[in-house]
Design a protein around this ligand. Structure first.
Ligand SMILES: Cc1ncc(CN)c(N)n1
Length: 207
């Protein structure tokens, strides 16, 4: 029997809940997050997205050609996203040439380590990373200023559609995967869930 993304969500619902429903996200609509906490998230997420872009490029390099369309669209959106992060940082006078915090560093190292994994594992991890933000930013509901555009970036219907297509590609690749690869994909899903939870916590704990 082959595993699917939906089965991973069902089998590990608690880990996924912790990845996508976090006090950081719950407190944003209440305007209870301190600027230093939000700014820490913003700068560290920019540093994350730089490494994430490299990861997506590596996933593309391993993908079958019929998966290129979606992955190239993702890379093109990341070009805009990196520029948008720079704008947001400039508005807040934040320095993006900052050290990665240990949690961000660990997540980036993990994404780098995925390069050695087979494509089905990479495709599953990519879907999980994007779905975590898609759900994380949608679940708190209507977001007030100044956070509205952040919630819309990852919660908008176009991004939701993109994540569904990533899911289809991951599921398709898992269908042809050995049992061992499927186990690796499950481990990747759990790693992403843990790192997502830790990433929000890093922002909450900002000094
Ligand atoms: C930590 C994290 N996870 C996911 C995403 C969505 N690409 C992000 N920007 N940052």
């Amino acid at each position: 029997m082959t595993i699917t993304c939906q089965q991973l969500l069902q089998n590990h619902s608690q880990a996924w809940h912790e990845a996508t429903v976090h006090p950081f996200l719950e407190q944003l609509p209440l305007l209870a997050i301190e600027p230093r906490q939000f700014n820490t998230w913003l700068v560290q997420d920019y540093l994350f997205v730089v490494e994430f872009t490299r990861m997506v490029a590596r996933v593309l390099a391993n993908a079958p050609a019929h998966h290129f369309d979606i992955l190239l669209a993702g890379l093109s959106a990341l070009k805009d996203e990196l520029n948008w992060f720079k704008e947001k940082a400039a508005e807040r006078q934040l320095n993006l040439k900052t050290e990665k915090q240990p949690t961000c560093w660990e997540y980036c190292q993990y994404m780098e380590s995925l390069a050695a994994m087979p494509y089905p594992v990479q495709a599953t991890a990519l879907w999980a990373i994007e779905f975590a933000y898609n759900q994380g930013w949608q679940l708190p509901g209507s977001m007030p200023e100044p956070y509205k555009e952040f919630a819309e970036r990852w919660g908008n219907p176009g991004f939701t559609e993109y994540v569904k297509l990533l899911e289809q590609q991951a599921d398709e690749s898992l269908q042809n995967a050995s049992e061992n690869m499927q186990k690796q994909a499950e481990a990747a899903f759990l790693n992403v869930a843990r790192l997502e939870k830790d990433f929000w916590q890093m922002a909450i704990d900002a000094e």
